[in-house]
Design a protein around this ligand. Structure first.
Ligand SMILES: *[C@@H]1O[C@H](CO)[C@@H](O)[C@H](O)[C@H]1NC(C)=O
Ligand SMILES: *[C@@H]1O[C@H](CO)[C@@H](O)[C@H](O)[C@H]1NC(C)=O
Ligand SMILES: *[C@@H]1O[C@H](CO)[C@@H](O)[C@H](O)[C@H]1NC(C)=O
Ligand SMILES: *[C@@H]1O[C@H](CO)[C@@H](O)[C@H](O)[C@H]1NC(C)=O
Length: 407
């Protein structure tokens, strides 16, 4: 019996060691790749490599799914500007992909790219079927900055190879030589502020993380939508008719009207579009008006969604737009800020006007307690006033006061 926990622990340790898989992003000039996937990541990878006449595998020393899904540059866009913009690519997770390829194909050539993007030798296009392009890290830069640079190198090298290789059937891979579990542990310890949590990594959705400014960036904490004219954030957007559905925003665009002080924001969701106008009033306040969702328009809300110029609007509790017929469009933790400059650019929110207002719960309770104490005190003071002092005193020279007990 006593052996059972030991065996269990061993099994856990072993499966933990083998479960460490490395992400592989595959793409190429032909779009055959995506259709060929059959659900077994390892054979998908090997098939793609075997079918190609040249495989170009860009390899980091370590790469994790989180690197691909959650790496953001300073402007909070994906580190992989080029990779995420590729229209047709596939994503698999394989343990030790480079070893697998070497085992299957045998002859593999290595080319090294130094931290400045220089290749140590020409890519042997003719001589070899598989070329591993090993990417070096610059120790002076953060991991994010390194990955951003590597994305650029990959684009350059890949495009050079494609133009040199002519009509050869090239498959490109971006992967790691090992799983980054060590790196990941170090990161989890060091970054307490980062909202990224490894358990929420969703590799498949990540390969579509877009780089264009007006496409949503979804983090586990909410969605950020950005255009030069507007910056928006929310955690949850729902539409309620007979039942409630969560709306996923696919893109945001802004169209200007002839009226300079107003623009229309269009958000495409999974099944319809949300539109609203942002108006810059003459009084120095901007506001959100004319909200419509698909065929429903004239939504009303009991809040003023807007703020003074240069401020954002933020509402933690749900902001609910309703119709008389009962439909409702609800934003949770909604923050929004427009920029009405002629050449607008907005990257971060300014201080918010908070919808909760000044009379928050602590203020109400403070007032209530004060009122109660005032009431108690005034009762006390009135009672104090009611105390009568003696108005008759004993005269030592005169007759003593006698109280007739018989009375
Ligand atoms: C959201 O962010 C906060 C702080 O920024 C963090 O404490 C929290 O864990 C995050 N939530 C999720 C689901 O990542
Ligand atoms: C969003 O709101 C809907 C409806 O209120 C709820 O069912 C869902 O769990 C919420 N999603 C998140 C991520 O909070
Ligand atoms: C926004 O304003 C324009 C004109 O100012 C108007 O024609 C349009 O219908 C409004 N948009 C929405 C979504 O109501
Ligand atoms: C609006 O855009 C202008 C021009 O790019 C910029 O100078 C200004 O700081 C922006 N305003 C805000 C609030 O970001």
């Amino acid at each position: 019996m006593a052996r059972f926990p030991i065996i269990l622990a061993l099994v856990c340790a072993i499966s933990g060691a083998f479960a460490a898989t490395v992400p592989v992003v595959m793409w190429g000039p032909g779009s055959k790749l995506t259709s060929a996937l059959n659900g077994n990541p390892e054979s998908d990878l090997i098939d793609a490599v075997v079918d190609s006449s040249l495989t170009l595998a860009f390899a980091e020393d370590r790469l994790t799914a989180e690197d691909i899904s959650q790496c953001k540059d300073e402007s909070r866009k994906s580190c992989f500007n080029y990779l995420s913009g590729l229209s047709s690519k596939s994503y698999v997770q394989v343990s030790q992909p480079i070893e697998r390829i070497e085992e299957t194909l045998g002859e593999v050539r290595y080319v090294y790219v130094d931290k400045d993007g220089q290749l140590d030798s020409e890519i042997p296009l003719k001589e070899s079927k598989v070329v591993i392009v090993s990417l070096a890290l610059d120790p002076e830069l953060s991991r994010e900055e390194n990955l951003v640079k590597h994305d650029g190198y990959i684009k350059k090298i890949y495009n050079n190879v494609i133009s040199a290789a002519g009509d050869a059937n090239v498959v490109a891979l971006y992967t790691g030589k090992s799983s980054g579990s060590l790196v990941r542990k170090a990161r989890q310890v060091s970054s307490t502020a980062a909202p990224a949590s490894s358990s929420t990594a969703a590799p498949v959705s990540t390969s579509t993380t877009a780089s264009s400014g007006s496409v949503p960036m979804e983090s586990s904490n909410g969605t950020i939508l950005q255009a030069p004219e507007i910056l928006m954030y929310f955690t949850n957007l729902t539409f309620t008719d007979k039942d409630t559905k969560v709306l996923t925003v696919k893109s945001l665009s802004v169209s200007k009207t002839s009226d300079e002080s107003r623009f229309t924001v269009t958000m495409v969701t999974q099944d319809d579009t949300i539109k609203f106008n942002v108006t810059n009033g003459a009084d120095g306040y901007w506001s959100v008006t004319d909200v419509e969702y698909g065929k429903y328009d004239n939504f009303v809300t009991d809040r003023t969604v807007g703020a003074a110029d240069g401020f954002s609007y933020y509402c933690g509790p749900p902001t609910k737009y309703t119709l008389q017929a009962g439909q409702a469009l609800t934003w949770t933790k909604w923050q929004i800020q427009p920029n009405f400059s002629t050449n607008p650019q907005i990257n971060k929110f300014n201080d918010p006007y908070n919808c909760v207002g000044f009379t928050s719960i602590p203020i109400w309770s403070g007032l209530l307690v004060t009122v109660i104490l005032l009431a108690i005190m005034s009762i006390g003071v009135t009672w104090l006033m009611d105390i009568r002092t003696m108005d008759r005193f004993d005269d030592p020279k005169g007759k003593t006061i006698t109280v007739n007990t018989a009375e």
